[in-house]
Design a protein around this ligand. Structure first.
Ligand SMILES: C[S@@+](CC[C@H](N)C(=O)[O-])C[C@H]1O[C@@H](n2cnc3c(N)ncnc32)[C@H](O)[C@@H]1O
Length: 242
């Protein structure tokens, strides 16, 4: 008997657990993801939602008229996203399963890329390699929209003072947490999760985008939902030079 993978129930209102212990997909868009969706709707060429989960941003971009390729490391996410996409939007949706930084797309394939709340799961060298690839996947003049969790987000906020000290001391990756269990109430909760996390901030996003060859248009802290002015997320918009 075949079973259909179901979208899990929200953990708390608006936050849907991922199937692979890579955090939660928010059911609302932060302002950088919303800007991606609006921009995507005006693009003639396809756009990419990298680390799409169940497709909150993919759906928003499709609804604004974009042609979207949605990619995630977890096949179940992509399956649910495709199934939940209304039939009238499906002709403009394609999907694939891929893992950063190994995944590949043809050079110049996309007019815009969103990579929302994925990079903090990567190590420094993996972030650099991923951004270099995204630079290549974009058309000249194409735009990259990044969102990452920060040291002020969730359980990790207990480590924010230490992050601030390391940042003041000039460390390159001051948010890096080697053992996430140190911040969780129950060590058993880390089963299936990566043991480490690399929370980022706007300065790091801007620095790494510039290093990969992008022109940085904006980098800032941002919140989500009622907390739009918060510091839970860092966002950046960067352009591949024409
Ligand atoms: C916290 S969720 C964010 C989902 C959505 N983009 C958002 O902003 O709400 C992280 C998503 O990125 C995916 N992911 C994490 N690491 C990845 C990697 N190295 N390559 C591709 N996808 C990854 C996970 O499977 C998950 O769907």
């Amino acid at each position: 008997m075949s079973t259909t993978i179901q979208r899990p129930k929200p953990f708390i209102a608006g936050l849907v657990p991922t199937l692979n212990h890579r955090g939660f997909m928010s059911e609302t868009l932060d302002r950088f993801s919303a800007e991606f969706a609006a921009h995507a709707g005006a693009c003639a060429a396809p756009v990419l939602d990298m680390g799409c989960a169940y497709g909150v941003a993919t759906r928003a971009a499709l609804e604004q008229g974009a042609t979207v390729h949605a990619c995630d490391m977890e096949p179940g996410h992509v399956e649910i996203l495709a199934r939940e996409t209304p039939e009238d939007l499906r002709p403009r949706l394609s999907t694939s399963v891929g893992l950063l930084p190994g995944v590949d797309f043809p050079g110049g394939a996309f007019a815009a890329i969103l990579c929302s709340r994925v990079l903090h799961f990567l190590l420094a060298a993996e972030i650099r390699s991923s951004l270099e690839k995204m630079h290549d996947w974009l058309q000249p003049g194409g735009r990259l929209f990044l969102v990452a969790d920060t040291p002020y987000s969730g359980f990790w906020s207990a480590g924010a003072p230490a992050y601030e000290q390391r940042k003041a001391a000039g460390e390159e990756w001051p948010g890096f947490i080697e053992d996430i269990a140190a911040y969780l109430p129950d060590r058993a909760a880390i089963a299936g999760m990566l043991p480490y996390l690399n929370p980022l901030d706007p300065d790091i996003l801007a620095r790494e985008c510039a290093r990969a060859g992008f022109v940085v248009e904006e980098a800032a802290f941002t919140g989500r939902g009622a907390d739009r002015e918060g510091r839970h997320h860092a966002g950046a918009i960067a352009r591949r030079p024409a």
